[in-house]
Write a protein that binds this ligand. Structure first.
Ligand code: MLT
Length: 248
């Protein structure tokens, strides 16, 4: 099994992912929000890459089963029910509902990787179970960091490194590329205190400035759920990891 890390979606085009097994990471906050919504019984999350498309998809839905969520410049978009704070997605409001989610970088990264044969979403909250699923599949793995406007983000790269660390803990024959090694090295230092790292990184600073300090604490929680989030035909749903040699 070979693991590579892409530090920005801009490094490759959509067809690069064809037939691959991919994990998308946007710790602050899209992937954390997707995992949280699924853990709080949303039926599915539909990641989209434009606000216009989010409106279009929601216009076609009926019966009040679809809710719009997301952000522009970290703030809720006019006309949407939710922003992009994972803490907003409480079970009472979202249970059984489809959430159409637009975010500045995270959902765009998921859509970019749509041609992957297997596509998962990860954050610190579901790191261990995602590592177990990746080890169970045993396929070569691309970890796509959402980054920020095409630029490198420390928090996604540290999370990628920690994911690689988890996989190497449970699987022997893992080869890593230079980019994967760089993530691993970052995670061995900055990943020792995830909350501190998230509070100090550029996007974390912006979130704190905009009043989202509680989100940082939540996004820093390691393995607070067992959700494997699987993207297929345009939607992200929970999937169950079958019992296997890598299950704890
Ligand atoms: C993004 O996709 O850039 C983020 O999730 C932004 C945020 O809401 O913090």
């Amino acid at each position: 099994m070979k693991i590579n890390v892409l530090f920005s979606p801009l490094n490759v085009d959509d067809l690069y992912f064809t037939g691959k097994t991919t994990v998308v990471i946007d710790v602050l906050r899209a992937s954390t929000t997707i995992i949280t919504a699924l853990s709080r019984d949303a039926r599915e999350v539909i990641p989209v890459n434009s606000i216009e498309f989010a409106m279009k998809v929601s216009g076609n839905a009926f019966g009040g089963q679809t809710l719009l969520g997301g952000e522009r410049n970290t703030k809720m978009i006019e006309g949407f029910t939710f922003g992009n704070s994972p803490l907003e997605y409480d079970t009472d409001s979202i249970s059984g509902k489809s959430i159409i989610l637009f975010t500045s970088n995270g959902t765009k990264a998921v859509v970019k990787a749509k041609f992957s044969e297997n596509l998962f979403i990860a954050c610190f909250n579901n790191l261990k179970i995602t590592a177990q699923y990746a080890a169970y599949l045993g396929n070569d793995l691309e970890i796509l960091c959402a980054g920020s406007s095409g630029m490198f983000c420390i928090e996604d790269s540290v999370c990628a490194g920690k994911l690689i660390h988890e996989i190497r803990n449970i699987k022997d024959d893992v080869i890593i590329t230079d980019a994967a090694r760089a993530s691993l090295v970052l995670s061995e230092t900055l990943g020792l205190d995830v909350y501190k790292m998230l509070s100090e990184c550029e996007h974390g600073q912006l979130l704190i400035k905009n009043g989202f300090e509680e989100d940082i604490k939540f996004c820093a929680e390691l393995n607070n759920n067992n959700i494997v989030a699987n993207f297929k035909t345009g939607v992200v749903k929970k999937t169950v990891l079958p019992d296997n040699e890598y299950t704890a």
